[in-house]
Write a protein that binds this ligand. Structure first.
Ligand code: KIV
Length: 418
């Protein structure tokens, strides 16, 4: 698996709004700056948003959803500067320039604001959405199904009439039969991507995969657009649902850095991308254009700017994701890293705290301690090692982690004692 994860990035197909020439290429749509920013307390300044957008471009995301321009003049300005700066200049020598997208409800005022903000980009996109569940239509919109279909297709057509060639449509929370119908109508009106949100994070992977497969099989005109997923994490299944959607035919996946977003968050970019990279053969040979070496930096920036910390055991970017404490695991790691690591930390841009990835604690054995001492430059064996190990165990019983300072103190006591 370690070798599979190390394979290089395959070429990215040319950007055509409603078509991907390579059937196994999956677009990564990052919504850290829009849905992610909707996490309570996660607001970022325009300067911070621009810095994150630049890092997302370095990461190689295909589409950056930069904000919701109608929500405030500040957000409109932030999206516009991202469109100008990030949406026109390649982030690196690969020459890749991401699509810059703005969210809009299905009304002219929102669409005008989104277009005004994104139109400066080389590849602008407007993403418009409307509630389509029975409960939302009845109580929130007070509209019938046919009225909602009419508004949705008129607003997609309106966005196209402004000159926007790339329009995404999302039906929030729709039932199946209605879903096919509204998608057919917005495709006729000019939508290039149809996004299927699991707005309240309620579906299971088999169910969500089937939904995407059914949409693919039953919606007229679907072959002329890209199907996308947008999975919330209320049941902790956002990543699994997103992968099930990709397996069933979605070719755009909406994600956020560190999985931040409304309530329990969204599918996390790092989990989805690394799962596709590591388990390529089981997800139908799919690939993305993400340069995974920029993942850790992006994660740290988002933590710093939003103040939302990542739990230590978070997959891929958690502080413990590559730390090995139990004696059995440490022994395996010292013999061959592939025993307990399915990806290499260097692949996501993480420098190991130490060569072995070993964290010394009360479960660590002599072998692990000896190898750490070697990293400090001390080749200790026999009785000296027995003595240090005994005292190491005493320290480890009292502390959660034995730090480098503790190790140095043990060495000085043993080797430099008078
Ligand atoms: O969760 C949701 O339904 C959304 C849509 C706007 C895609 O964020």
């Amino acid at each position: 698996p370690l070798l599979a994860a190390r394979c290089s990035i395959l070429p990215r197909p040319a950007y055509i709004p409603n078509r991907i020439d390579d059937p196994s290429y999956v677009r990564i749509f990052d919504t850290t700056l829009r849905d992610g920013e909707q996490s309570p307390g996660a607001t970022m300044t325009s300067v911070e948003k621009l810095a994150v957008a630049k890092q997302l471009a370095r990461l190689g995301v295909d589409i950056i959803e930069a904000g919701f321009p109608a929500s405030s003049p500040d957000d409109l300005d932030a999206v516009r500067s991202i469109a100008i700066e990030v949406g026109n200049n390649p982030a690196d020598e690969s020459g890749h320039v991401p699509v810059i997208c703005g969210l809009a409800r299905c009304n002219k005022k929102d669409i005008d604001a989104a277009w005004e903000a994104v139109r400066h980009a080389k590849r602008p996109r407007v993403h418009t959405f409307i509630a389509t569940s029975e409960i939302h239509m009845k109580y929130k919109l007070r509209k019938s199904q046919e009225e909602v279909v009419k508004i949705a297709s008129e607003m997609v057509a309106y966005a196209r009439s402004l000159g926007c060639e790339d329009v995404e449509f999302s039906p929030e929370d729709a039932g199946r039969e209605f879903l096919y119908h509204i998608l057919e109508e917005v495709i006729k009106a000019g939508a290039t991507t149809v996004n299927i949100p699991d707005t309240v994070g309620y579906t299971l992977p088999s169910e969500f995969g089937k939904l995407i497969a059914d949409i693919k099989a039953n919606t007229h005109g679907i072959e002329n657009v890209i199907i996308s997923t947008h999975c919330q994490n209320d049941l902790g299944l956002a990543t699994a649902n997103t992968l099930a959607g990709a397996y069933a035919g979605a070719r755009q996946l909406e994600v956020t850095i560190n999985g931040i977003g409304e309530r329990a968050g969204n599918a996390s970019l790092e989990e989805v991308v690394m799962a596709i990279k590591c388990r390529k053969e089981l997800v139908g040979g799919l690939h993305t254009g993400i340069n995974t070496k920029h993942i850790v930096r992006a994660s740290k920036m988002v933590v710093e700017y939003t103040g939302l910390h990542v739990q230590p055991h978070k997959a891929i970017v958690g502080a413990n994701a590559f730390a090995h404490e139990s004696g059995i695991h440490q022994d395996g790691m010292l013999k061959y890293k592939g025993t307990y690591e399915i990806i290499s930390p260097e692949d996501i841009g993480l420098a190991r705290a130490n060569e072995s990835g070993i964290v010394l604690g009360k479960l660590s054995g002599r072998h692990a301690l000896r190898s750490r001492l070697l990293e400090f430059g001390y080749d200790i064996n026999g009785k000296e090692l027995d003595d240090i190990f005994k005292r190491f165990k005493e320290v480890a019983e009292k502390k959660k982690h034995v730090t480098d300072d503790d190790i140095e103190a043990l060495i000085s006591d043993e080797i430099f004692q008078p």
